[in-house]
Design a protein. Structure first.
Length: 413
């Protein structure tokens, strides 16, 4: 059965059923049987040294330009992969971006890592990407440029404050009159615990959340219960028979601070541990849940909030175990809430060191853990898209050293 071969340079003088090629291009074969029937088949052979970058579901070769958009650099994270035709994961690849070296066939880094400090406008141009293959067969480097004209780098830097939008739906003029005093009390409560990044907007009726850290509080006249919505980015606070006195303002300020902290703890717990339970533990008896809440006067001495595995402290003194546990969890909650900003905006040094460890061998080389970056991205997306409802039903008791590693605060597994 005769075979007729052709390649990128024309006919190939081989009559057998296989050929050996040493150049890329389109190859075709025609086979005919004794009855004169023919069959044609073609295949394209890529160059094994055709080093390319895979980004945003596209392939980029030497000299191409990657365009950053709000969709492909969501949360300020950039994922880059080698388009590996031969699928050889053991090939040694390095990436040079803004003077730093990253190793791996798949890497992740922050958008801000493409720019020289200080990160203040104007930011200058984004760094090129230089990808080098060290496979020993066809070592090669390519350079791909970056176009950042469709994004504003400032959008990926931490804002000065977390904006909390206050929407008054009570119709009670006493609430408006007392608002400045109440919110000043809330600021003092948080500032007294080292948290000074809160700002309140009482005048706006627009409830859209512009940033991942923005929050909304609704003041209502009647509610089935005081507390947070299922998604924990919204608080509903009941104002009933409110009196504009210093004591009443301070009481409401503790409630506002408490409900806000539920939101912060919920999302920080989800971000770091995939569950809010480490930061908001409860104990379950029959169909009732119990936790220590801010409105108890014996708990407020700790400053901000104690959502601990214990009953409401309806009498004083509370049991020794409950009181000890309350004191124990509070500094842990406080520690993580203080770091909420750098966590969400990827500026926390420990967090970045965990995601991308580096070695001095002899130059500094960064080794991004691509899978951990993906996990972080997915959790940010869940928080941003409000996909997870805060549910602690059937939760186990949570605050103990067996399931909360104080010395390992970045558990992404």
């Amino acid at each position: 059965m005769p075979y007729s071969w052709s390649g990128p340079q024309g006919a190939i003088n081989v009559e057998g059923s296989s050929i050996t090629v040493n150049s890329a291009g389109l190859y075709s074969v025609t086979v005919a049987n004794a009855a004169g029937c023919t069959l044609n088949q073609s295949v394209t052979i890529d160059d094994c040294c055709d080093l390319s970058i895979y980004f945003d579901e596209r392939k980029f070769r030497n000299g191409d330009v990657i365009t950053f958009t709000p969709d492909n650099v969501m949360f300020g994270i950039v994922f880059l992969e080698v388009w590996d035709i031969l699928n050889l994961p053991n090939i040694n690849y390095t990436w040079e971006i803004n003077g730093k070296i990253y190793a791996g066939n798949r890497i992740a880094l922050r958008l801000i890592d493409f720019y020289d400090p200080p990160l203040v406008p104007p930011f200058g141009s984004a760094s090129d990407i230089i990808l080098t293959s060290h496979d020993g067969i066809c070592p090669q480097s390519i350079t791909v440029s970056v176009n950042d004209s469709q994004i504003d780098v400032a959008d990926y830097l931490p804002p000065e404050k977390v904006l909390v939008k206050i929407i008054d739906r009570t119709g009670d003029p006493k609430v408006s009159q007392a608002m400045d005093g109440m919110l000043n009390e809330v600021r003092n409560i948080y500032a007294g615990n080292g948290i000074g990044w809160l700002e309140f907007d009482f005048s706006s009726q627009n409830v859209s959340l512009e940033r991942i850290t923005d929050r909304v509080i609704y003041f209502e006249k009647t509610l089935p219960e005081l507390g947070n919505s299922g998604y924990y980015r919204t608080s509903y606070i009941k104002f009933f028979q409110f009196y504009n006195t210093p004591v009443a303002r301070k009481e409401k300020a503790f409630i506002i601070a408490h409900e806000l902290l539920h939101q912060f703890l919920n999302e920080t717990g989800l971000l770091l541990f995939s569950t809010p339970r480490f930061f908001q533990p409860e104990v379950f008896e029959s169909d009732t849940t119990f936790h220590i809440d801010q409105e108890n006067s014996h708990v407020t001495q700790f400053g901000l909030n104690l959502n601990s595995e214990a009953r409401h402290m309806l009498s004083y003194p509370p049991s020794s175990d409950e009181y000890t546990l309350a004191k124990r969890i509070f500094p842990v909650q406080k520690h993580y809430v203080e770091r909420l900003f750098p966590y969400f905006y990827l500026t926390d040094t420990d967090l970045i060191g965990h995601l991308t460890p580096s070695l001095q061998v002899p130059i500094s080389i960064n080794y991004p853990d691509y899978n951990k970056w993906k996990v972080l991205y997915n959790r940010l997306w869940i928080i941003y898209n409000k996909e997870v409802i805060h549910v602690l039903s059937n939760a186990v008791s949570s605050f103990n050293l067996a399931n909360f590693e104080l010395n390992n605060p970045f558990i992404f597994e």
